[in-house]
Design a protein around this ligand. Structure first.
Ligand code: TYM
Length: 341
């Protein structure tokens, strides 16, 4: 069998489950815009509304969150002319390929997913079947476009690895070299932004404490207050990033600082070494406000014209479908489904 060389292509997605955090911005949105601006690879970004409904979503809130997420993408620098920006449910191939991958993935693979275990908790019997099958749909999202690069935060690494397993098993079972085996791209200081109240927990929109996170819709005063009140320790900042190893809260704030100025923590340390938090926190707060306030202003402006957002998503879905349709048709063919063509 000859090796098929796949054209490099970027795909990633975010759930419109209400509220974008600084974690989504540094771990995903900012990097999506960078991948787009680097050029050389087609960039496809998706609002995964079908993933969102694996847990209950109020319909009106889901619609609002999808438009707000689209506004968040654009305000963060994703240009719907340069990238393909759309919502998942408008391209039927995601669900169609997702079904085929449900038949490729194994129960045991799904049971090992840490996010499934965390989200279903002790009451697995009452979780939706969709929540269990979710990583197979994520594999379909990626492979429907033959994407080769998947920029994500740390917490999605296991799901991209499962996507690789699904691609390999499909190719093996059907004796083809059809799906690429995509790479997770997890680079930079912002791929694991932690809670501002507990440096061992991920910053998340589902944390009950609003003080634990910065929302992309927070105003300047709120951003400053949350950073000033962030949990820290009494020591000054060390000389090197290594010195932060056992100081999760301090490390998190330094990582946020470094990610906002596009440096590694090591590169950022010389200017921070020896600083007390009383000095570092206001500096970080000013930087965060400077970078995030224009995004929330632009999101609010875009949200004043939801019909325009819907038009952008509709155009994006048409473009996505043009790439997806032949890949899905070929998949059906490989699997042995009779078509009327
Ligand atoms: P979601 O919606 O939970 O998060 C979207 C993106 O934001 C990143 N992220 C973070 N990065 C750094 N620090 C944090 N605290 C933080 N919180 C979230 C996530 O890693 C992710 O990159 N299953 C995915 C959505 C998805 C997807 C896909 C992603 C569906 N299909 C195909 C890539 C490719 C999810 O629930 O992400």
């Amino acid at each position: 069998m000859t090796e098929v060389v796949h054209t490099p292509r970027v795909f990633s997605g975010i759930q419109p489950s209400g509220g974008l955090t600084l974690g989504n911005y540094l771990g995903a949105l900012k990097r999506f815009a960078e991948a787009q601006n680097q050029g050389g690879m087609e960039t496809i970004y998706c609002m995964v509304d079908q993933h969102a409904i694996t847990v209950w979503q109020d319909p009106d809130k889901l619609r609002h969150a999808t438009r707000e997420l689209a506004a968040g993408f654009i305000a963060s620098g994703v240009d719907p002319e340069k990238s393909i920006l759309f919502n998942q449910s408008q391209v039927p191939g995601h669900a169609q390929l997702g079904w085929i991958f449900n038949c490729v993935a194994r129960m045991g693979w799904m049971q090992r997913m840490t996010q499934w275990k965390d989200k279903a908790g002790k009451n697995q019997q009452n979780a939706s079947l969709g929540l269990f099958a979710y990583p197979a749909l994520m594999a379909a999202d990626i492979l429907l476009y033959h994407a080769t690069h998947v920029p994500v935060g740390e917490d999605q690494k296991q799901h991209v690895e499962l996507t690789r397993d699904i691609a390999i098993k499909f190719n093996h079972d059907y004796g083809v070299d059809f799906f690429p085996v995509p790479e997770p791209v997890i680079e930079g200081a912002g791929t694991r932004v932690m809670s501002l109240r507990d440096g061992t927990k991920k910053m998340s929109k589902s944390d009950p404490s609003d003080m634990s996170r910065i929302n992309l819709t927070d105003d300047a005063d709120t951003i400053s207050k949350k950073i000033r009140k962030a949990k820290t320790d009494p020591e000054p900042l060390p000389d090197t990033a290594e010195g932060l190893a056992d100081r999760p809260e301090a490390r998190n704030l330094v990582n946020i600082y470094a990610a906002l100025i596009d440096k590694t923590p090591d590169q950022a340390m010389p200017e921070l070494a020896g600083m007390q938090f009383g000095q570092f926190k206001p500096m970080l707060a000013d930087l965060a406000v400077d970078r995030l306030a224009p995004i929330s202003t632009e999101m609010a402006r875009l949200m004043q014209d939801p019909a325009e957002i819907d038009r952008i998503l509709g155009r994006g879905a048409n473009r996505a479908n043009e790439i997806a349709a032949p890949i899905l048709a070929r998949t059906y063919d490989i699997v042995g489904m009779v078509s009327s063509r």
